[in-house]
Design a protein around this ligand. Structure first.
Ligand code: COD
Ligand code: ZN
Ligand code: ZN
Length: 370
């Protein structure tokens, strides 16, 4: 058992508290990872606000981390102590129907099929003050040491700087893959990205890498536009500056609407606006943001009858164990720039400050260091 620090969420709506926790050794098929760095993603904020009704508190959040394997349980062969790894909030078991399908990344062992607030054997490896603490998406990267199933960890290049590549565990991969894998943005096309957080800006990068000729960045916080332009946006639009609905503004700007639109906020009204912003026939709208579980959206069916495609993506469509080492290589070869997304680096003791920056719209990504 290792005693170490972790940021624990004791109850919905309460700040995190950095505590000493006990982390049990990995059981068969599990890996214990020393987390070196972890980003703060809006999904962690959803969790703190009670947006995951199936996850029990107390819980250790965090799902965008990178670290070093400390020890492995019986039967683990794909990683060994000392390997640099990224824990995966979308696993790849390699055996289920979707893992075997080359077109899919929705592993049936993902949290959407099975709540991952305990490890697969329905027990926790974390305790604090005598209480059992729950896992989050099997990764709980706000703990200095965490235990994950072997199929929820990807080995990466030993040269990778963990305080940067941690963003590949969620934000960057999700956004970049939404453009590359889900939308399959074509060269010369027109794109609109709704929401310019860490994930939305990664969509902007994916559109640019795909050769889009026009990338319209949409956000109600105009402070986000400088970075959006730096990463490839050609136009920036703040819906608050217009009387008419944003979908009409974008349709007028482009003639008949964009070729590809992306919703990267997680609101029902912007999901409908993004759908209506892509052209009525060949337009593709990709939903990246997540609404609270069990909520519904109402849309005019004519939006789809005329030919539009409306689709969603999880973690950008990447098969995570296969793809992460390649994405890390692209970063090391300077083909993708994660560094521009990191606006703040904080010690874990300042985790609540990191969430305040996110809520205030002052950060893109804050990276926490242990
Ligand atoms: N119109 C335009 N922009 C808006 C609006 C609006 N009505 N409301 C908010 N925004 C902007 C904010 O100003 C902000 O710039 C941006 O939207 C959101 O950015 P962040 O930094 O708060 O959020 P991200 O980028 O960390 O995460 C956004 C997601 C949508 C990805 C996240 O919230 C989410 O829903 N995740 C679940 C979906 C998923 O697949 N996640 C992968 C694992 S996390
Ligand atoms: Zn995330
Ligand atoms: Zn699987």
């Amino acid at each position: 058992v290792i005693r170490c620090r972790a940021a624990v969420a004791w109850a919905v709506g309460k700040p995190l508290s950095v505590e000493e926790v006990e982390v049990a050794p990995p059981k068969a098929g599990e890996v214990r990872v020393k987390i070196v760095a972890t980003g703060i993603c809006h999904t962690d904020e959803h969790l703190l606000n009670g947006g995951f009704p199936d996850v029990d508190f107390p819980v250790i959040p965090g799902h965008e981390g990178a670290g070093i394997v400390e020890s492995v349980g019986e039967g683990v062969t794909s990683v060994k102590p000392g390997d640099k790894v990224i824990p995966l909030c979308l696993p790849q078991c390699g055996e289920c129907t979707f893992c075997l399908n080359p077109e899919s990344n929705y592993c049936l062992k993902s949290h959407l099929s099975k709540p991952q607030n305990l490890l697969p054997d329905k027990t926790s490896r974390f305790t604090c003050k005598g209480k059992q603490i729950h896992h989050f998406l099997w990764v709980s990267t706000f703990a200095e040491y965490t235990v994950v199933p072997e199929y929820a960890v990807a080995k990466i290049d030993a040269a990778a700087p963990l305080d940067k590549v941690c963003l590949l565990g969620c934000g960057f991969s999700t956004g970049y893959g939404a453009a590359i894998n889900a939308a399959k943005v074509k060269p010369g096309s027109t794109c609109a990205v709704f929401g310019l957080g860490g994930v939305g800006l990664s969509v902007v990068m994916g559109c640019k890498a795909s050769g889009a000729s026009r990338i319209i960045a949409v956000d109600i916080n105009s402070d986000k536009f400088v970075k959006a332009k730096e990463l490839g946006a050609t136009d920036c639009v703040n819906p608050h500056n217009f009387e008419k609905p944003i979908q009409e503004v974008l349709t007028e700007m482009t003639g008949h609407g964009v070729d590809y639109s992306f919703e990267v906020i997680g609101h029902a009204d912007t999901m409908v606006a993004a759908l209506a912003s892509c052209n009525m026939n060949t337009g593709v709208c990709v939903m990246v943001g997540e609404l609270a579980s069990r909520s519904t959206i109402s849309v005019d069916p004519m939006l789809l009858l005329s030919g539009r495609t409306w689709k969603g993506t999880l973690l950008g469509g990447w098969k995570m164990r296969n793809s992460l080492s390649k994405l890390v290589s692209s970063y090391l070869e300077k083909k993708v720039n994660l560094d521009l997304l990191i606006t703040h680096t904080l010690p874990i003791a300042k985790v609540n400050e990191g969430f305040e920056l996110l809520r205030a719209g002052k950060s893109i990504r804050s990276v926490l260091l242990f």
